[in-house]
Design a protein around this ligand. Sequence first.
Ligand SMILES: Cc1ncc(COP(=O)(O)O)c(C=O)c1O
Length: 299
Amino acid sequence: MLQTFSEKNKDLIVNINGKLVHRDRAGISPFDSAVQGGDAVWEGLRLYQRRIFKLSEHLDRLRSSAVALAFAQIPTHAEITREIARTLEANAMTDGVHIRLTLTRGVKYTSGMDPRINNSGPTLIVLAEHKPPVYGNKGISLITSAIRRFPPDCMDPKVHHCNLIQSILAKIQANQAGADDAVMLDMHGFVAETNATHLFLVAGGTVMTPRCVACPEGITRATVIDLCRASTIPIQEKDLSLTEFYRADEVFCTGTMGEMVRVEQIDGRTIAWPGGGPVTARLTGLFRELTAREGTLVA
Ligand SMILES: Cc1ncc(COP(=O)(O)O)c(C=O)c1O
């Protein structure tokens, strides 16, 4: 799955600390913490018919990640929401939009990693793009990466930070193997997630997903778990091995950028329901209904 350039995004207006600028002129300082050390947190949000799905959950996760990194200043939910609304208005965007929010520790007065050399306040970047769910309607193929996800005592995935190198290395492996994405294992060999999404399997009518130990506290993941509970579909959060995925009846991935997508192959093995199984189809339908119904009006 290779994203392509959309002409609709040619003249995007980007918001950097409240300044609205054309994408070709947008830039941040070489002294910014994101450039210097990837010292930043981020969120991906999706706009459906003028509403952002799970906006407060995303802003809560952004704030809690920034708190965990001891950012000296963090904009309020209201301030961030106002900047998102200004950006959407400047781009006349109402639907089919993905918004990448980045909050960095800000500009440093000299080069270096020490947070004490930051005294300018944080940098907030709102990048909104016309972007339908990136996987389309087809199922995807995965390979298992040799790159492991960190446990919480190395780099806790509960901090949704901008150091994406682990994921990028896994994605390179997937690209070179001709697969769409890569399964990443935790340090015990259990499945953590993919390089970009959470993984679910269905076996004997029960939906299962790895615990949030070596993967972020996914908002789409939590939504799918809630949908299962509300629809009395059995759901378990537990350690799952690759074998359990290979032999599953259905496998699917979740994430804001791609919503829900079924997995057709893992490591060359075809999953039992390659065309998409009934539980995945039911949950996908429930998810679509929810995104059409819920969300915070911003545009
Ligand atoms: C590593 C990783 N896994 C999974 C996800 C999907 O999470 P969400 O459903 O909150 O978009 C993300 C999204 O930010 C991510 O960065």
